[in-house]
Design a protein around this ligand. Structure first.
Ligand code: CP
Length: 308
């Protein structure tokens, strides 16, 4: 039985196969419409979500399976004090696979140790968000035609942004990826990722504060929201929240093929006037999230080889 806690839980070869499967699902959805008949996915969300929870549910429904779960800690027995370990033991009796989001870093890992079904980390605190990374990789590979040989700018809340942490870990395994880390001083990438991931792997990167300085160099721009829910006080959040706003004027500094990604939800960091720009790929990215989660469910249930 396999779980997914971190993008590195999949080898590059496994990841390639999973992305190929997701592309096939996109092209031939009818082939997969009954492949999870009789299977159940539990979505255990202790934190708010729109895309991750609903795209997991859509993925399982598209595969002919069923879904059950909860969308907030308040509506589960966590509100009565039940531990994650006890909850997953019980859910293992009700479902075949589960996706868990939790505000505490490592909570899905604890669950995986007590689980009798595959557990997928659907975001744990400011730590990791591996299925967003699968979505990002599928989007980049499908729209850019390659994973590697590009310069990517990661912009915004690099301190608390778990999507950025997971994406960096995944991308260092591909050739010739250069990172430009764009953030205010207070929201810089955590030391453990800068030192243990980027420096240790001799990865080319630089840190800048001004988005305008980075834009002309980028093949990809990955914008992120300032993570209000991880701040200790509201004043600091208010000071930081509009530090970056990508608008049409700033986009004039970027190349004609620079792809704009965002895990969403967006607050103010990308002006709505950018949505119609052909470089804006963030809503297509959300669509790819369904295909890649379908591929992941099939893979973790060991069903990926059963479809003709
Ligand atoms: N990208 C993402 O995780 O969005 P949600 O918080 O809406 O799930």
């Amino acid at each position: 039985m396999r779980h997914l806690m971190n993008p590195l839980d999949l080898s590059v070869e496994e990841l390639d196969r999973l992305l190929d499967l997701a592309n096939d699902i996109e092209k031939h959805p009818e082939k997969y419409a009954h492949s999870c008949a009789g299977k159940k996915l539990a979505t255990l969300f202790y934190e708010p979500s729109t895309r991750t929870r609903l795209s997991f549910e859509a993925a399982m429904l598209n595969l002919g399976g069923s879904v059950l779960g909860f969308s907030s800690a308040d509506s589960s027995s966590a509100a009565k004090g039940e531990s994650v370990a006890d909850t997953i033991r019980v859910i293992s009796c009700y479902a075949d696979i589960c996706a868990m989001r939790h505000p505490k870093e490592g909570a899905p890992l604890i669950a995986s140790m007590k689980s009798r079904i595959p557990v997928i980390n659907a975001g744990d605190g400011g730590h990791q968000h591996p299925t967003q990374t699968l979505t990002d990789l599928l989007t980049i590979r499908s729209l850019k035609g390659r994973l590697g040989d590009f310069t990517i700018g990661l912009c915004g809340d690099l301190k608390f942004g778990r999507t950025v942490h997971s994406l960096i870990q995944a991308l260092i395994r591909y050739p010739n990826v250069k990172f430009i880390l764009i953030s205010p001083e207070e929201l810089r990438l955590p030391d453990n990722i800068r030192d243990d991931v980027l420096r240790r792997n001799k990865q080319e990167f630089k840190e800048v504060v001004r988005l305008e300085e980075a834009l002309p160099e980028l093949d990809l721009l990955y914008m992120t929201r300032v993570q209000r829910e991880r701040f200790f006080n509201e004043e600091d959040y208010v000071r930081m929240k509009d530090f970056y706003i990508l608008d049409k004027e700033k986009l004039k500094l970027a190349g004609p093929d620079m792809m704009i990604l965002h895990p969403l939800p967006r607050v103010n960091e990308i002006s709505v006037e950018v949505d119609d720009d052909p470089r804006a790929a963030y809503f297509r990215q959300a669509q790819y999230g369904v295909y890649v989660r379908m591929a992941l469910i099939l893979t973790l249930l060991g069903l990926e080889g059963t479809i003709c």
